[in-house]
Design a protein around this ligand. Structure first.
Ligand code: ATP
Ligand code: PRP
Length: 218
């Protein structure tokens, strides 16, 4: 990878992770020179002339870091679990973007039959497959890209695997949590080669972000 004068590029997941990670980055001394929310731009210089921010789709954040287009990234654990990444290290649990990956079903149906071959709709097919396989349960997975809550309502699936925070989306659609798979939060990730080649530049940034996370606990 080219050194690019040791500039550090950070890929940020847009959407709700961005909203929650910008204050954390600001606490770590990394502030975009213009408002990301009010701009259509995708690359932002920061108060630190050596640090540049990229704003990318949440599910694309690991890809930018995997291929070294970004040295660091912020991505949801849900997305990281689905991504096929060999060149990424997870460095810090940022404790933002917190929610749970759950199995959900219609409120008006019986408990899920753990011996039946369930039809499971999800955007998180890899995590779902692993969860059911670990329990020795056979499932038929149906890949969706969003609005999964619809699937059990129109008999596309018996249940869904989706993220749950307040539970409002499930309730609004007559669904409920049947099983909790795992806790989810956003993680600071690093490209494996960058971590070696730009270690000196990266460590103070990583430490500052770690400290910002620590300070929040108090
Ligand atoms: P994409 O555009 O890549 O499909 P998306 O539209 O799902 O992503 P967001 O809704 O902003 O984008 O969610 C991105 C990330 O935010 C998720 O990957 C997850 O880590 C986190 N997240 C999603 N839903 C919640 C939630 N209800 N509460 C907290 N964090 C959440
Ligand atoms: C996420 C998730 C659920 C909802 C859960 O969707 O896919 O639909 O949040 O949050 P709640 O329990 O607080 O209601 P998001 O808002 O990101 O929309 P999307 O999946 O359509 O992108």
């Amino acid at each position: 990878m080219k050194n690019k004068n040791k500039e550090i590029v950070i890929a940020l997941s847009k959407g709700r992770i961005l909203e929650q990670s910008l204050p954390l980055l600001a606490e770590a001394g990394i502030k975009p020179l213009e408002s990301i929310k009010e701009s259509r731009k995708l690359i932002f210089p920061t108060t630190n002339p050596k640090i540049k921010l990229l704003v990318v789709r949440a599910s694309d954040a690991p890809t930018y870091v995997e291929y070294g287009a970004a040295d660091l990234g912020i991505a949801g654990k849900d997305v990281l679990l689905e991504a096929e990444c060999k060149n990424i290290f997870e460095l810090v649990d940022l404790k933002v973007g917190k929610c749970r990956l759950c199995v959900a079903k219609r409120q008006d149906t019986a408990e899920l039959d753990k011996t039946a071959i369930l039809k499971v709709a999800s955007k998180y097919v890899k995590s779902a497959a692993q969860y059911f396989a670990e329990q020795g349960r056979q499932v038929r997975l149906i890949k969706l890209y969003g609005s999964m809550e619809l699937a059990p309502l129109v008999d596309l699936a018996d249940c869904i695997v989706d993220l749950v925070d307040t539970g409002n989306t499930l309730r609004a659609n007559g669904l409920e949590v049947a099983e909790t798979i795992r806790e989810i939060s956003s993680r600071l990730i690093v490209n494996r080669a960058s971590f070696t080649l730009k270690r000196e530049e990266l460590l103070p940034i990583v430490r500052a972000i770690e400290t910002a996370v620590e300070n929040r606990k108090n």
